[in-house]
Write a protein that binds this ligand. Structure first.
Ligand SMILES: Nc1nc2c(ncn2[C@@H]2O[C@H](COP(=O)(O)OP(=O)(O)OP(=O)(O)O)[C@@H](O)[C@H]2O)c(=O)[nH]1
Ligand SMILES: [Zn+2]
Length: 334
């Protein structure tokens, strides 16, 4: 239950149906029944780049129809387009519908923007790109990426780069209890495993500067420069530091690069949102008192999660890892 509750989290969520008190239910709706479905691949200053029928070869620039008001439209959103959807130069389609999101990745509020915002919608996976050395892995960052995934409905994957510089064993061990899938890579290893992981689906990528994210993308997408160039015709400028962009993969699927996204919108996430992603704990957590932080003694001495832990079936390690994530939500390390 908790896992799907991210929809209520803030005002930037898409209103699938207009609520009472807003505009009257649009009479235009039936007229838009023939709207063309597209995926948003880039956003910049009131213009959205969309792939019609998710076809990377059919790119259209669109504006948001007035009737949508300020409904946020982000990379990965599935939208309905009307108007000129040919994509010819100087044409502009209109976005008249934003479909309900299957997942959300939020970035945190920052100095220039006091609101948490969804940066990527509908990504199935989040690749947490971390160098094994140079720069040193930051486990606080990884932990908060995991929290963002569990709360937003994405499957996390650890992508450990620069395996030629350091052994991944210690880092892998830290996440073993959480069953987070991991791939280990370096420039002297074949990127086929990662390409396979990404093929046919929408995956978002996050990572600090210098971890080798661009190197990785360029190896999987030899023409990424070209693809980036196409979108940056729209996406150049001061907003690019946090603007996500979806790049099409050669064998189908999309990689969403999230430059500048260094921390995640976790402020409204409750412990229950996170626990909800852990099947063996979610049900028991309902027996806890309302507002239990599920941290166990001394903070939550009566937390029911402790009852799940029996002898040595691995549950104690998993609970310890889950509790580490619960604690990390409040962390500030980036
Ligand atoms: N030793 C080693 N170095 C690597 C590997 N992958 C990338 N690098 C180096 O790490 C540095 C950073 O790589 P980038 O791909 O630019 O990193 P990034 O994450 O895109 O960083 P920004 O562009 O700043 O966001 C470069 O000097 C790369 O050559 C690797 O597998 N092994
Ligand atoms: Zn509890």
């Amino acid at each position: 239950m908790a896992r799907r509750d991210w929809r209520k989290l803030d005002e930037t969520d898409v209103r699938v149906r207009p609520g009472k008190g807003t505009r009257p239910r649009s009479k235009l709706r039936p007229a838009h029944a023939d709207a063309t479905t597209a995926m948003v691949t880039g956003v910049d200053r009131g213009r959205w780049t969309c792939a019609v029928e998710r076809d990377p070869g059919r790119v259209v620039t669109a504006m948001r129809a007035r009737e949508l008001g300020r409904t946020p439209v982000v990379v990965g959103d599935t939208v309905g387009l009307v108007g000129d959807v040919t994509g010819r130069t100087d044409t502009l389609a209109r976005i008249v519908r934003v479909d309900e999101r299957a997942s959300v990745l939020r970035r945190t509020a920052d100095d220039t923007d006091p609101y948490e915002r969804v940066v990527v919608a509908n990504a199935e996976r989040l690749l947490i790109v971390t160098a094994l050395a140079d720069p040193q892995p930051r486990t606080g960052f990884i932990d908060r990426c995991l929290v963002a995934c569990y709360a937003g409905g994405l499957e996390p994957v650890l992508c450990l780069t620069k395996a030629d510089l350091a052994d991944p064993a210690e880092l892998l061990a830290r996440y073993a209890d959480l069953d987070v899938p991991a791939v280990v890579t370096s420039t002297d290893l074949d990127p086929a495993e990662i390409a396979e992981l990404l093929r046919g689906r929408v995956s978002a990528l996050v990572g600090h500067s210098g971890v080798g994210k661009s190197t990785l993308i360029n190896r999987i997408l030899p023409d990424a420069h070209l693809a980036t160039g196409v979108v940056s015709g729209v996406g150049k400028g001061r907003h690019t530091s946090v603007a996500a962009v979806a790049l099409p993969l050669p064998d189908g699927g999309w990689v969403v690069d999230t430059p500048g996204v260094r921390s995640f919108g976790l402020a409204h996430i409750t412990p229950d949102d996170i626990v909800g992603s852990f099947p063996e704990f979610a049900e028991v957590a309902e027996e806890c008192r309302a507002g239990c932080g599920h941290l166990g003694p001394p903070d939550d001495p009566e937390c029911a999660l402790d009852d799940v832990v029996t002898s040595d079936d691995g549950s104690s390690g998993r609970l310890a890892s889950l509790r580490r994530l619960l604690l990390s939500k409040a962390g500030t390390e980036q």
